[in-house]
Write a protein that binds this ligand. Sequence first.
Ligand code: ZN
Length: 348
Amino acid sequence: MNTVPAVDASRLPQLLRAMPKAELHMHIEGSLEPELIFALAQRNQIPLAYDSVEALRAAYAFTDLQSFLDIYYAGASVLLHEQDFYDMARAYLDRAVADNVVHTEIFFDPQTHTERGVAMETVINGLYRACRDAQIEQGISSSLILSFLRHLSEESALQTLDAALPLRDRFIGVGLDSSELGNPPEKFTRVFERCKQLGLRLVAHAGEEGPPAYIWGALDVLNVERIDHGVQSEQDALLMQRLVKEQIPLTVCPLSNLKLCVIKDLADHNLPRLLAAGLKVMINSDDPAYFGGYVNENYTQLFAATGMGAPEAYQLARNSLEASFASQAQKQEWIARLDEVFREYAAA
Ligand SMILES: [Zn+2]
């Protein structure tokens, strides 16, 4: 589409929800709603430190990344069996379908589970089966990205990779997440090198709380194809130029940034500026159960707070589809559907 058709502002929230989009930054363990945590705790007879769904939800008042991670790991402790991982992923995929997500690349953190004695096959097979069934039954496309926990050692990441390799056909790439500050990309040089040789797709969290130097490191040392978050790139003019020139995707998560106090107010979010500067940014939900909303909630709240309009909506959805690891033919098909939705909304 050369020019985005004008859409009446009153129809924008509806358009944001209806447009087909991809979600490229979502941690499956972060989609565990308190209700499901309680149901799984009961099923698996695991004691929780909170006595009700409400008490758990009330604990979701974070001050920074670490305060969130502490509760996030406690919530994940209820996952033991393949069916638990299946149920968690199906619950997310249902919500993604409802948000008109046509494709999602789902992060999972095996170390959060293997460290508790859960087998790698249990984790991957449960998630993989959920993705496959959702594709067949609901038509949503999805793939899995194995993420290493950066607060643990590179040795642990290498062992995790080895344990996952027998299931290599069930995930498309690797990522790097968890506590960013003090855990620079360079710590994982060898494991990313190995993943590259194996033909895995490479992404990493960088520049969420960490400095632009971490984004440079992720690009130049880890050779990643996408940066997760990357909102701190604005502090470095040279880095901004490079991100524009090479059209490196940044998977931005507005409600996460708000909840973890990376920004004070959604109206101050720099995504509109990054987009206007020509960076390939898009909107994602990160850990939607913990941060107050799934992907459409991220779109509608950010647009309401910043006053962006239909042209920005189109570009963000298109960026999400283009930055995915799906085939070119598949991307073209989704973009044609996106164009169709915009034409319908302009005509109405
Ligand atoms: Zn994340």
